[in-house]
Design a protein around this ligand. Structure first.
Ligand code: SF4
Length: 349
């Protein structure tokens, strides 16, 4: 059974829900994602406190396209994670990478500790856009068993950082200080991964990568990569910026490495990644099933449907879908078992 409850409203009447249940591996917004490698993506929350001007998932208090936010109950998350790891039966990395900011999860330290208690977990990493604002938090992350922080800061300039992150309270100088503390005084590794927005932070990404190398990021894993600015359907677009092609992006990376003598492209092996069995998915494209609509999804126009036969959630795309009603639906996307369906007809039971 999957339950979605506790509907309170936050930020301009957006719904905040708690999710509880089994098999949380079929929705992109929360739960666990298995892409057929030893790295499992853990998504405990959709919440974010930033309003980055480039956010590809339109997160944060000022979002225009988000309808709901979700926080996953910790036992449910751990049960799904352990289920998949048991099936894979190999050492894994647990990567906490949300469609928000993972450090906002209220049980983040417990989550890391409980992931760590699975003997097949080799490493635990978390992605953050700069919520590491105190040594106390970093120390608690270390004590909980965190191995790596993937830090995405896109400039070292104080005022520009506020602009890019969309919040006036953001203090990149504090993040820089704490990141240096992480490298020098903890067992946690640091991987720095700025986003390059062509024409907006060209010089900044160079400085961020140089800084990452200078402070000794990459004690066990690669020190730095550069992320590509990608425009998504529901994401925010930076005014006046056109997305470049992937071939131009890789050209930029090649030139960057040659010019500055700093590597920013790494192989799967260098990341310690390898292919594994994928947890079996109950449905494929074209399959039909019955679902009950439990709640709106993260974005407007999507809903979360529950399939009682297989005890899983699916994303239902449709405008006239009604909460609490039952539908016959057809699977239109099944990549990595992130199931998206379209309604065929409403069913009256
Ligand atoms: S880019 Fe990341 S940190 Fe920024 S608003 Fe989006 S989810 Fe939050």
């Amino acid at each position: 059974m999957v339950k979605i409850y506790g509907k309170t409203t936050i930020w301009n009447k957006r719904l905040l829900n708690i999710v509880e249940g089994d098999n949380l591996y079929t929705y992109i917004g929360f739960g666990v994602i298995d892409r057929g490698t030893n790295v499992l993506q853990i998504r405990p929350t959709t919440m974010c406190v930033f309003n980055c001007i480039f956010c590809s998932v339109d997160a944060g208090p000022l979002s225009r396209n988000r309808f709901s936010e979700f926080i996953v109950e910790i036992d449910s998350l751990i049960n799904t994670f352990n289920l998949i790891v048991r099936f894979k039966n190999c050492s894994v990395e647990a990567l906490i990478d949300t469609i928000g900011e993972g450090l906002t999860y209220p049980h983040i330290f417990d989550l890391i500790m409980r992931l760590r208690s699975n003997p097949l977990v080799k490493s635990i990493a978390i992605e953050t856009h700069g919520l590491i604002q105190s040594k106390t938090i970093v120390k608690k992350l270390e004590e909980s068993g965190l191995d790596r922080i993937n830090l995405s800061i896109d400039t070292l300039n104080k005022e520009k950082a506020k602009y890019l992150m969309g919040v006036s309270w953001f203090n990149v100088e504090k993040v820089i200080e704490i990141a240096e503390y992480v490298v020098k005084e903890t067992n946690i590794d640091l991987h720095v991964t700025p986003l390059w927005i062509p024409g907006v932070n060209d010089e900044d990404v160079i400085k961020v990568v140089e800084w990452a190398y200078k402070i000794g990021a990459g004690k066990k894993w690669p020190p730095a990569t550069i992320q590509k600015y990608v425009v998504h359907r529901f994401g925010r677009k930076v005014p006046g910026v056109r997305e470049i092609s992937w071939s131009d992006f890789w050209k930029f990376i090649r030139i960057f490495e040659e010019k500055f003598g700093l590597r920013i492209k790494w192989s799967m092996e260098e990341w310690g990644m390898f292919r594994t069995l994928k947890y079996p998915c109950p449905y494929t494209k074209g399959d039909r099933l019955f679902v009950k609509i439990l709640s709106p999804g993260v974005f407007r126009g999507e809903y979360l449907g529950f399939d009682a036969d297989r005890n899983i959630l699916v994303t239902v795309i449709g405008r006239s879908v009604r909460i609490g009603f039952n539908y016959l639906v057809e699977v239109i996307e099944d990549k990595d078992c992130l199931l998206i369906v379209k309604p065929i007809k409403e069913i009256h039971i």
